[in-house]
Design a protein around this ligand. Sequence first.
Ligand SMILES: C[S@@+](CC[C@H](N)C(=O)[O-])C[C@H]1O[C@@H](n2cnc3c(N)ncnc32)[C@H](O)[C@@H]1O
Length: 170
Amino acid sequence: MSNVIIPARSVVRWASHLLKRPGVVLDYGAGNLRNAVYLTNRGGTVWAVDLPWQLARTTEKFSSRVGAVAHYGLVEELNESSMCFSGAVCTYVLNILSPLEQLMVLGLIQKRLIPGACLCVEVSRQTTKKCRNSFTSNALMDLVTSAGFKLEQAWAGSNWLAHRYVLEKI
Ligand SMILES: C[S@@+](CC[C@H](N)C(=O)[O-])C[C@H]1O[C@@H](n2cnc3c(N)ncnc32)[C@H](O)[C@@H]1O
């Protein structure tokens, strides 16, 4: 199993925004912990959450990564705790969810972030054909801003989209 970690490009590009404020960064749908470990290595404290089957898989395959991050747990813990986060990353998660799940996930992240926090989102980009698992930049912006975030920067490649948002102060 390769130990080389290649984080999402948006997390590398916007790490300084994610780590600007003191506090804990949430990695929502952390997968193999590539972003969580990267941000930890940059001096951040990261709470990574995912679904049970992914937790089991990552713990089995990448136990050293699990040991490296401050916390790696279940999504449900977010509902149960009163934890607040100074930033969040959500890469390649929204594009595998139904529209209703997308709204629920963004609502959950929003509820847990402090005002002014940075949210970094990366998804597959919709190119010519309409594909359920991809977004246009406008569709992604409409979705994330509907949850109370303001778009600060957009960045795109031929098949990916990265947006950096800030949680608007109330
Ligand atoms: C394509 S992977 C991306 C993983 C990681 N963010 C990355 O970029 O490497 C999608 C991840 O989202 C997680 N996921 C799917 N549905 C989710 C949900 N409702 N809440 C939280 N995580 C979810 C999956 O378990 C998986 O780890």
